[in-house]
Ligand binder design. Structure first.
Ligand SMILES: C[S@@+](CC[C@H](N)C(=O)[O-])C[C@H]1O[C@@H](n2cnc3c(N)ncnc32)[C@H](O)[C@@H]1O
Length: 296
């Protein structure tokens, strides 16, 4: 039995707002307006009527009248994302069996959200992690159209978006059901429905993938202190095994020397080389290494 399951990603297509946007509504005394309910993805607007103590939200599927009091009991964090259902606002926060908490957040000045796992955000909190950061990473790999790419660490699927744009066939591995559940609320992750997602720990899932299958591997792990197993010699050997000769690996490593010592990068390079990769370059824009898979 394989240690993963294919995850059927289904975009929820429900209204979502940042806490800041809802708190701004609470500050208005009266009025009728239309607001974007897709975190700037321009998928839909909904109508809002403010009538003294209650606020009426009219979506294409339902209407809900919520009191200011009940909104202010739920919506407290301006950064957090909240979904709107027929029962009211829902904070997009989940807890797993190990009490790790996951939340979708939109940082001040950012256009696309990130995901936080126990307080650590999984993207750089720059203006637009989807369109700036994820794009640079995929540009560093430059997979050929129609090639098969193994993506390790789906997250919100921002890098997946650019792999799909390059017309690649993507198989993506994500360990956390909670991450994928939150992604299903995120309008900027809706393209994940076009991808084969394997839900499971990549260190185990890879063992079940055939030898020499992929021309490209895109590896975007959390930092080494959180997921050391994704930087280990054993894992690099498994990546090497599933790659075709001359296949290209992109491996996000961050900015060694800034928060982490340069020794950390030397360790990564040494382990990659002994697993059978030849290092091509460190790309400062994407903060990742590219390496070619050598097979004799
Ligand atoms: C930096 S984020 C990936 C961001 C993603 N590339 C994107 O564009 O949104 C890292 C992801 O790796 C996942 N992860 C951590 N350990 C993992 C493992 N052993 N196997 C698979 N996924 C893992 C985390 O749950 C998190 O979603």
């Amino acid at each position: 039995m394989t240690p993963s399951r294919e995850f059927r990603f289904k975009y929820k297509n429900l209204p979502v707002f940042s806490g800041k946007m809802i708190l701004n509504l609470l500050n208005s005394s009266t009025g009728f307006f239309k607001i974007d309910s897709s975190l700037g993805a321009k998928l839909r607007e909904i109508s809002v009527r403010i009538l003294g103590d209650s606020i009426v939200f009219q979506t294409e599927n339902f209407e809900i009248d919520v009191s200011r009091e009940s909104i202010s009991q739920i919506v407290k964090n301006p950064r957090r994302i909240y979904g709107l259902t027929k029962s009211g606002f829902l904070p997009l926060v989940l807890m797993d069996r190990d009490n790790k908490y996951y939340q979708l957040t939109l940082f001040e000045g950012c256009l696309t959200p990130t995901i936080e796992i126990s307080g650590i955000h999984m993207h750089r909190t720059i203006v637009d992690p989807l369109f700036v950061d994820a794009k640079q990473k995929v540009l560093a790999l430059k997979p050929k159209p129609k090639s098969e790419v193994l993506e390790i660490c789906t997250g919100l699927g921002y890098s997946t978006y650019w792999l799909i744009r390059r017309k690649c066939h993507v198989i993506s591995i994500e360990k956390s059901r909670e991450v994928l559940e939150l992604a299903s609320w995120n309008p900027w992750s809706r393209h994940l429905k076009h991808v084969e997602i394997l839900l499971g720990d990549a260190t185990k899932v890879l063992q079940y993938l055939p030898d020499k299958r992929f021309s490209y591997v895109f590896h975007d792990p959390p930092r080494i202190s959180i997921a050391p197993e994704l930087y280990s010699s054993e894992f690099y050997s498994e990546i090497h095994r599933v790659m075709r000769p001359k296949g290209i690996l992109f491996h996000y490593v961050g900015e060694p020397g800034k928060k982490r010592g340069k020794r950390y990068l030397r360790g990564v390079l040494r382990r990659l080389e002994s697993a059978g990769f030849r290092i091509l370059r460190y790309d400062a824009r994407s903060r990742g290494i590219t390496a070619v898979c050598i097979k004799r």
